[in-house]
Design a protein around this ligand. Structure first.
Ligand code: ATP
Ligand code: MG
Length: 333
């Protein structure tokens, strides 16, 4: 059977990259394949989170899921910490994954920066917990942004090694990343070589889902660009990361291809393109933002939805965990 699983960390304000790279795919998939979408609170605390803020952000992510079209009667929406099997399975996978595999993870290198010794151990083993998130549901499809491809590869390696070491061919399916489309890698508005991130200290680097029309227009206007008009071809565009990014955002928001957007704007300068992009972003995000605010006005309702989601997700994850424990040789499982 097929299953979809994905999640977003409550580590800061949701941005356009999260929306285009992940969120909008969830609501499309939910009617085709059983879908499990969690709020990754266990992942969020790999970097320090103010407790009251963590709780608020957890509800905000849930509100964004609902606002972007996830139906809690169809998909299971839940906080990761409310399904214990994730953390327990992660321990077993810590003993399957190899240090050499984790040493190659570029996200750890980027996030730990020059302070590797002072990073949490959790930040290092984060991809192992992610493997547990996915494999607890024996998920087959994982809609994520490009930046998660390497972690998905690690999940596949863990699944394959478990199946091999315990001589259970096919016990865990090898999940496929779903990273298609121009929204899969949205870059920072300040730096065309860094992805847009919640954890980027500069708020001008990203468009938040909670930004109002003025903030969106201002951030697009201030986005870093070069002085040249937009080129005719994708090859030329690819040499200009900042311009490429803005055209990519326009394409993703309008459901068009980048080539199609260039056909309209080639030869025009950013004085023309940026206002068009700002208008499009405001028109696309406005309804989502408004719906999100509506859900956030009723935290008790959000908590009830998350609790119900956890109650539906738990038996599935628990069943996998029980099988795994038995396979490993733990008695009483
Ligand atoms: P953090 O900086 O705390 O890691 P983040 O912005 O990377 O936050 P995550 O919660 O780690 O957000 O990722 C949630 C989902 O959003 C993942 O599927 C991830 O691949 C996707 N995503 C994150 N950033 C981008 C981006 N810039 N473009 C497209 N997808 C993205
Ligand atoms: Mg991230």
């Amino acid at each position: 059977p097929q299953r979809v699983l994905s999640g977003v960390q409550p580590s800061g304000a949701l941005h356009l990259g999260n929306y285009l790279g992940a969120l909008i795919k969830f609501s499309r998939l939910q009617h085709e394949i059983p879908t499990f979408i969690f709020v990754a609170d266990l992942h969020a605390i790999t970097a320090w989170q103010e407790p009251a803020l963590l709780a608020a952000q957890t509800r905000e992510i849930a509100a964004a899921y609902l606002a972007s079209g996830l139906d809690p009667k169809v998909a299971a929406i839940f906080p990761q910490s409310q399904v214990r099997a994730h953390a327990e399975l992660a321990w077993i996978f810590n003993c399957v994954a190899r240090l050499g595999w984790l040493d190659r993870m570029t996200q750890f290198k980027e996030k730990s920066g020059k302070h590797k010794e002072r990073s949490s151990v959790g930040l290092y083993t984060y991809p192992v917990l992610q493997a547990a998130d996915i494999l607890a549901y024996k998920a087959t499809q994982v809609p994520v942004g490009e930046d998660q491809r390497q972690h998905l590869e690690l999940t596949r390696d863990i699944a394959a090694k478990f199946n091999h070491d315990y001589d259970r061919p096919g016990f865990f399916p090898l999940p496929e990343p779903m990273t298609q489309g121009p929204g899969a890698r949205i870059m920072s508005l300040r730096d065309g070589s860094a992805k847009m991130s919640k954890s980027d200290p500069s708020d001008y680097s990203r468009i938040n889902l909670t930004d109002d029309a003025d903030a969106i227009a201002q951030k697009v206007r201030k986005a870093r660009t070069d002085p040249e008009p937009l080129p005719e071809t994708l090859d030329e565009l690819a040499k200009r990361p900042e311009a490429d990014n803005l055209v990519g955002i326009f394409a993703a928001l309008s459901g068009r291809t980048k080539a199609d957007v260039l056909a309209e704007f080639a030869g025009k300068g950013f004085g023309t393109f940026k206002p068009a992009l700002a208008d499009l972003a405001v028109a696309s995000l406005g309804p989502v933002t408004a719906a999100m605010r509506g859900f956030m006005d009723d935290p008790a309702q959000i908590d009830a939805i998350l609790k119900d989601g956890a109650e539906r997700a738990s038996p599935i994850a628990e069943a996998t965990l029980a099988e795994v424990k038995k396979i490993v040789g733990f008695i009483g499982a």
